[in-house]
Design a protein around this ligand. Structure first.
Ligand code: SAM
Length: 285
């Protein structure tokens, strides 16, 4: 189906059901066939795979996933879309539709016996909750193989950023602790209906089989990272006063980890953050 037909189909579905876009739910529906194929290819989906989709909209990506995967579970929060989805997906026997807020749903419970773990996550994400959703996928120890999602271009750049640049921050380190991010394709606004005001990107997060660094206490590691980027201009020794260690103890932690305390968080690699956090952990033991 070419893009013009897909855009006519999207419009006719919307008119048929009298659907009104809800801006606050980040509703920008995909109308570009090539982008759909790019997502399927990047996720390397086969008939053996179980896929979780967040925010199926009117089911455009869901149908494509259904044709390529073994099972698909799609979580949609907007109850006005449920009758449309039930109709559009009525012949897709391998799709389970779940009405709910993806941030609140217990994915393992919702999937029950339907999905076979490890799963692949594919979505054209609602941009207003990209970071909490990605955090949820990583931290709730859901068994995930790969994540291939459409996100705002700037967010993808932050996920893939390396030390030293303005995009590097807590999100880069979270994503890179759990996965290897790779920007797959840039997607301009005309690929959506309605057109978003921002550029978009398909990004693949290939889940790490083993983390790139050994960390004694993950909560401490991520809280040190958060504090180091809270005020980017501050030196590490000032940012990490929040740890409530004495000046001497903090200096010992920096010395033992071989990090100069006048450096700023944005210059530290993931290995260096792991070293500082493990030294602080040892001091507190
Ligand atoms: N997948 C469709 C497509 O590509 O055409 C729609 C993508 S649209 C960018 C985002 C979708 O996520 C919308 O259908 C919206 O209603 C849904 N959504 C927004 N917030 C959500 C949430 N918290 N949980 C589940 N779905 C949500």
């Amino acid at each position: 189906m070419n893009d013009l037909i897909k855009s006519i189909r999207t419009r006719s579905i919307i008119e048929k059901y009298g659907f009104r876009f809800n801006k606050s739910l980040g509703q920008n529906f995909l109308i570009d066939d090539l982008v759909l194929k790019t997502i399927i290819e990047a996720a390397e989906i086969t008939k053996d795979d179980s896929v979780l989709e967040i925010g199926p909209g009117i089911g455009t990506l869901t149908l494509e996933l259904s044709g390529n995967a073994g099972k698909v579970m799609a979580i949609e929060v907007d109850k006005n879309l449920i009758p449309i989805l039930s109709d559009v997906l009525k012949d897709a026997g391998n799709v389970k539709l779940y009405e709910g807020d993806a941030l609140k749903v217990n994915i393992k419970e919702a999937a029950g016996d339907f999905l076979n773990f490890p799963i692949t996550i594919c979505a054209n994400l609602p941009y207003y909750i990209t970071t909490p959703l990605i955090t949820k996928f990583f931290k709730e120890s859901i068994d995930v193989k790969n994540i291939v999602v459409m996100v705002q271009k700037e967010v993808a750049e932050r996920m893939a950023a390396q030390p030293g640049g303005k995009d590097y921050g807590a999100l880069s380190l979270l994503v890179q602790y759990y996965s290897k991010p790779r920007i797959v394709a840039k997607v301009p606004p005309h690929c959506f209906m309605p057109r978003p005001k921002v550029d978009s990107v398909v990004i693949k997060l290939e889940i790490n089989k083993r983390p790139p660094v050994e960390v004694e206490d993950l909560e401490l590691f991520f809280s040190i990272i958060r504090d180091s980027f809270n005020q980017r201009r501050k030196t590490l020794s000032n940012s990490l006063k929040s740890l409530k260690l004495s000046k001497e103890e903090l200096n010992t932690a920096f010395e033992k980890s071989g990090i100069d305390p006048i450096r700023r968080g944005e210059t530290l690699s993931i290995e260096e953050f792991a070293r500082v956090s493990n030294e602080v952990y040892n001091l507190r033991k």
